[in-house]
Design a protein around this ligand. Structure first.
Ligand code: ATP
Length: 920
């Protein structure tokens, strides 16, 4: 296709489209798994080396649409508003409006309906904002794929893949489309999502019967399945809804559709408060009717009271706050995959972090090479393949003159799946794993060209559990050799010979000791260490492929520099202040781990290695963690054990991971954190959070944000509760003592549904308290309403209800015949009290100031307060609202009384905080 495309007049859009239509028409009767790979490439008009051209890919994307499984349509804003009407209490209100209308109170009925409508609009807009944030986040998290276009491998959004695209797969990838495999190397794919079979299928390239069931189509890779080992290239045969997965339309992973523990907790709290409120409402209504008040007035008061006091909007407000917080975290490069994570993050006690790439920069540079004939230093920077090899006399070495170095470099180049690429600006970057890229650079510094990279006939891939990788290559004469690299002690165990200069001799204890001394010295300097070895397979391949890794000839050892990230030391200090323990768990050598730990200021000097951990009891392991041990040379299953041991102590664990085998530990941890750059799709799918920059400091930033959100949720829950309690007490007391109603039903609705909800939501955007990272993680059993918080709620509510009642009675005494005046005074006093009282809930600490001067730090709250007061002015001075809410205009002295009643609530709040802190 590429060559044909080039011959076409590419500016002629129509010509391109016709070509594609005939291509897809052709493909319709084509059965990819029954045809050869070549035939598939031809049928899809692609090219096995170059892939598609950019223009061709764009045209196909336009013709066939994006490569995605369409999920249920997103709710639109109208639907979200409509949903607000489905709540029970709103239906009761609509019923109340109908009753009002039927007994002739048309005005009240209209007001109730208007308030319900305003409430639905506000609720709908907020939910819509939250849904949009989550949708934007999904875009961030959308999978990516390595695609060859115009001969260059590119990392693209998987939704842009088109039929005919040449795709590269590697271990840990989620297959991005249905592919016909061209070059699978040791490729094994887990296809349970499609076939239900939990054991992974080994893939190959020969055609299979056209009627073979999915599980036997071993030359295809299906969208949504995961590569558990090996790598491959393949050609996309179907995308989007035309894939097997699309056909069964399974994959729907909806962000935010499960309730978080906090939401559940608050729902329960909301229910309990709701039942109490309804009981009180019924009681007061009954009392009112029994003491001779008109039944209709009491019915409406009861309904309004119930609506006022039932905090049924609470879980929605929490979801909105968490969802908006998710966006804040995304800006800080922590992408949350579910809402639970936001909440869990704020409560983390222990972070188990890997080292490479998270605490260090993952920019690897081979600085040392040990050969049995002598050690060499390597000069250079980054991945640029230029720099000298320097011997122990500080003299440059001519690499081509050193056969032993050439043999080592040959392994470095061919036992390697990475590339280093020069960008147009002259800088060099890696494609693939950093360790392998560093070895590729090393080989090129030694004069090897990428043309000397021998293709693997067989491959035993690297895994953190095996800690080694082997390829079998053949030279032009068909002679096979195994090339091996891996952790030095793992390679030494399998070594029988060593290369010294030009000779290969049996290895003795002395050479083993020298090699060990060399790699230990590299590790003590914080470097990553690898040994390189080979085995001549002249006598033929062993029956079991793994046996090629025995009887090896050691060629040398390398030391790789990977400097700590600059920002990590400060982040660790923050974690310490916040009472969060950080445990390093690494696949690297103990000495390397200890050296890096001391460079970044991580406590702990004892190192526990994976094999040692296996011999420990749970109690010993707990003691080791308590004494700040570092875990090195661990395998992924050790991570699961560490999580379990800590969870048994009721600790909440965040665990990082990147490989396929890390998935169980990521799932098991309270917060699984996958790496966005280094991580595999499998690790990402198993995690709660993806770090866009792989950086440890981002975890701490996300925890800080998680804590802020939790604090703010607590703040608005307490605030709402104090407002509602104050209203219920004031109305209730007035009924009990037999006085007139202090607020009319429409006024209660106005107060709660129109003015107080937005104020509470604005509290959710409070900036963080100074103490946010200065106090230990909250205890897991801590309720939202602690005794101290309840005390503040109660004292504020007591004052607000008392002050409102006093204003009401004063007004009645002043104007005994004008009930509307007294009610307007009480109504306005309560609204103003609530606006002043919100300042009490900005901070719970007594030394944090009154929350007035710092109002500029929370723009939304300032807007909510000013907006509410402006609305209240309209409510009492604008004639249409006057008649809707039954208010009368107030004069200057009335306002003085209201202010005199409202402002002291700040003093009450402050005095309570001082009293609470004096008791602690
Ligand atoms: P961390 O857990 O801190 O991120 P890590 O994941 O980088 O560490 P591993 O990738 O498990 O640790 O590597 C463990 C050891 O395996 C390394 O110290 C190195 O000796 C060896 N190793 C790493 N990458 C490769 C590779 N591509 N091929 C062969 N051996 C490797």
């Amino acid at each position: 296709m590429v060559s044909r495309m080039q011959k076409l007049d590419v500016s002629d859009d129509k010509a391109i489209r016709m070509t594609i239509e005939s291509a897809s028409g052709h493909a319709r009767n084509f059965v990819p798994h029954a045809a050869s790979a070549q035939a598939c490439i031809k049928a899809s008009k692609s090219d096995a080396q170059m892939g598609l051209s950019r223009l061709e890919a764009e045209a196909r994307l336009e013709a066939h649409g994006p490569n995605e499984i369409s999920s249920a349509q997103q709710s639109n804003i109208i639907q979200l508003m409509a949903r607000q009407f489905s709540s029970g209490l709103i239906l009761v209100l609509i019923g109340a409006a109908a009753v009002s209308a039927s007994v002739g109170y048309i005005g009240d009925a209209a007001t109730i309906l208007a308030i319900v409508l305003v409430n639905a609009i506000l609720g709908g807009v907020q939910e819509w904002r939250a849904a949009n944030s989550l949708a934007a986040l999904k875009k961030f998290l959308s999978p990516r794929a390595a695609v060859v276009r115009e001969g260059v491998t590119q990392d693209i959004d998987a939704r842009e893949i088109v039929e005919g695209d040449l795709i590269r797969l590697k271990t840990g990838d989620r297959v991005p489309a249905d592919l016909r495999l061209i070059h699978p190397t040791g490729l094994t794919i887990e296809e349970a999502i499609l076939t239900g079979e939990s054991s992974a299928t080994s893939k190959q390239t020969k055609p299979v019967a056209s009627n073979a069931p999915l599980s036997e189509r071993t030359n295809l890779a299906f969208m949504g399945t995961t590569v558990v080992a090996g790598h491959a290239t393949g050609i996309a045969t179907s995308t989007g809804m035309r894939t097997e997965l699309g056909r069964i339309a399974a994959l729907t992973e909806d962000l935010g559709d499960t309730k978080t523990p906090l939401e559940i907790k608050l729902q329960t709290l909301g229910k309990q408060l709701g039942i109490a409120a309804i009981a009180i409402a019924i009681g007061l209504t009954a009392l009112g009717v029994l003491t001779g008040r008109p039944w209709f007035e009491m019915l409406m008061t009861g309904v309004s009271l119930a609506v006022a006091a039932v905090p049924e909007g609470l879980p929605a407000v929490i979801t909105i706050t968490l969802a908006l917080g998710v966006m804040t975290m995304a800006r800080k490069k922590a992408l949350l995959r579910n809402l639970q994570a936001a909440e869990a993050l704020g409560a983390v006690d222990v972070i188990c972090t890997d080292k490479t790439g998270t605490l260090t920069r993952n920019e690897m540079l081979v600085t040392d090479v040990w050969l049995a004939a002598g050690a060499l230093k390597v000069e250079g920077n980054g991945y640029a393949p230029s720099g000298n090899f320097i011997d122990s006399n500080d003299q440059p070495v001519l690499p081509s003159a050193r056969e032993d170095l050439q043999a080592l470099l040959h392994v470095a180049m061919s036992c390697n799946n990475a590339e280093v690429i020069e960008d147009p600006d002259g800088s060099w970057r890696k494609v693939g794993e950093a360790t392998e890229a560093a070895l590729m650079t090393l080989a090129q510094k030694g004069g090897l060209s990428t043309r000397q990279h021998l293709p693997a006939v067989e491959e035993l891939p690297f895994s953190s559990a095996r800690k080694r990788m082997t390829v079998v290559v053949e030279n032009e004469t068909g002679k096979a050799t195994a090339l091996v690299k891996g952790a030095p002690e793992v390679i030494l165990e399998r070594t029988t010979h060593v290369r010294i200069g030009k000779d290969i001799v049996a290895i003795d204890d002395d050479i083993r000791a020298q090699a060990t001394q060399a790699f230990t010295a590299f590790a003590n300097a914080g470097k990553r260490t690898l040994a390189l070895a080979s085995r001549n397979l002249d006598t033929g391949m062993p029956d079991d492929l793994e046996d090629v890794e025995q009887g090896l000839t050691l060629l040398g050892v390398v030391g790789i520099l990977d400097a700590p990230r600059i920002e990590v030391a400060a982040a660790l200090a923050d974690a310490r202040k916040a009472g969060i323990k950080v445990v390093m768990i690494t696949g690297d050598a103990g000495e390397t781990a200890a050296a890096i730990a001391s460079q970044i200021g991580l406590a702990g000097t004892t190192v526990v290695t994976g094999p040692h951990l296996d011999t420990m009891t749970d109690a010993e392991l707990r003691a080791a963690i308590a004494s700040d041990a570092i875990f090195a040379r661990v395998a992924p299953e050790h991570k699961v054990r560490i999580v379990e041991v800590l969870q048994a102590l009721n600790q909440r664990i965040a665990m990082t991971g990147d490989g396929v085998n890390d998935a169980p530990a990521l799932k098991r941890a309270d917060v699984g954190i996958a790496m966005g750059i280094r991580g595999t799709d499998v690790a990402r799918d198993a995690s709660d959070i993806v770090l866009a920059d792989d950086n440890f400091a981002t975890i701490i930033a996300a925890i800080r944000e998680g804590r802020r959100q939790y604090q703010n949720i607590v703040k608005f829950v307490c605030y709402l509760l104090s407002s509602n309690t104050a209203e219920v007490i004031a109305i209730g007391l007035a009924i009990i003592v037999g006085g007139p109603l202090i607020f009319l039903p429409v006024q209660i609705l106005w107060m709660n549904l129109v003015t107080d909800g937005p104020t509470a939501l604005a509290l959710g955007t409070e900036p963080e308290d100074k103490t946010v990272m200065a106090s230990p993680p909250r205890p897991s059993a801590e309720p939202i309403l602690t005794r101290a918080r309840l005390t503040l709620v109660a004292s504020a509510a007591a004052y607000m209800s008392a002050a409102t009642l006093v204003v009401f009675w004063l007004s009645q005494t002043k104007n005994p015949t004008d009930l509307a005046y007294a009610q307007t005074m009480a109504f306005t006093t309560m609204i103003l009290l609530e606006k002043v009282n919100v300042l009490n809930f900005r901070r719970f600490q007594s030394d944090a100031g009154l929350g007035v001067t710092s109002l500029n730090q929370n723009r939304w709250l300032a807007i909510a307060i000013a907006g509410t007061i402006a609305l209240q002015l309209l409510a009492i001075y604008a004639p249409p609202l006057q008649s809707a809410l039954h208010t009368v205009p107030l004069n200057g002295s009335d306002w003085l009384i209201i202010l005199a009643a409202a402002v002291p609530v700040l003093a009450v709040g402050q005095a309570t905080k001082l009293w609470i802190s004096s008791r602690n």
